[in-house]
Write a protein that binds this ligand. Structure first.
Ligand SMILES: Nc1ncnc2c1ncn2[C@@H]1O[C@H](COP(=O)(O)OP(=O)(O)OP(=O)(O)O)[C@@H](O)[C@H]1O
Length: 238
């Protein structure tokens, strides 16, 4: 997909969960997110940090389109994403946005290859994915060929992580969202994971948004955004 604008653009965005009340700065009543203007340039690697409850998951869900803003506009890769129908948004997400979840969300009884095939299937409006592409990507991610036929439930945490990245990258997304995936890892496994991701950025040239509590990881990324610096919502009412 070619576009000349930013990878992500928030314009006067607010988001409020139904039936949820928050204590806020005077102009951000009852909101979980209030971001007037935020842009991420294409190809950047961004580390997003923030305290528990500061809105990180809400922000990611808005970027992915699994939540839609209460007011304002979100554009992703030049597309006014937030105004698309739910069906078009699902299709756009499958084709252009890869997500690596905290818990990886692999389907345990499917093999590694089947888990990746499922994602390829949902993104297929773009182009068919060949077995060779899956093999090449797995090789790039140090996933041995014999692992491809093994059920996901029989993988180590590190292997599951790499499968989750392979699944997120199989449709060659322009944007990859990674949500706090390293909390279960020791320091060296964590650094290995980040390095692997950054190698993929070099090779496949996507924009990377990486969310974590762990500030020691921030130096690996081109830009560090503290969510409190962009989200005007100040505090959450108990
Ligand atoms: N489904 C929901 N319904 C109502 N309120 C919600 C919902 N999900 C989150 N919230 C509230 O919105 C605010 C932001 O939550 P969010 O999950 O985005 O924070 P977070 O920074 O990801 O937190 P954590 O690091 O603990 O996961 C919190 O006050 C939370 O209680």
């Amino acid at each position: 997909m070619t576009h000349s604008g930013a990878a992500i653009e928030f314009d006067n965005v607010t988001f409020r969960y139904p039936q949820q009340r928050f204590a806020k700065s005077s102009d951000a009543k009852d909101l979980a997110i209030k971001i007037n203007n935020w842009q991420v340039s294409t190809g950047q690697t961004i580390f997003v940090s923030g305290d528990s409850g500061s809105g990180k998951s809400t922000l990611l869900n808005l970027i992915c389109g699994t939540l839609t803003p209460t007011t304002g506009t979100i554009s992703i890769l030049g597309q006014r994403f937030s105004t698309l129908s739910e069906q078009k948004r699902d299709r756009f997400r499958a084709q252009h946005i890869g997500v690596v979840f905290q818990q990886f969300n692999l389907i345990p009884y499917l093999t590694v290859k089947q888990n990746i095939d499922v994602a390829a299937y949902f993104g297929k409006g773009r182009k068919a994915t060949s077995s060779k592409e899956i093999d090449d990507l797995c090789q790039q991610l140090n996933l041995a060929t014999e692992l491809l036929e093994r059920p996901a439930s029989q993988l180590s945490v590190g292997q599951q992580q790499r499968v989750a990245i392979a699944r997120a990258l199989i449709n060659r997304p322009e944007l990859l969202i990674v949500d706090e995936p390293t909390s279960a890892l020791d320091a060296s496994a964590r650094d290995g994971f980040i390095q692997l991701l950054l190698n993929c950025v070099q090779q496949y040239e996507f924009t990377l948004i990486f969310v974590s509590h762990d500030l020691s990881l921030a130096s690996h990324f081109e830009q560090h955004i503290k969510i409190a610096d962009i989200n005007e919502v100040l505090e959450v009412r108990a």
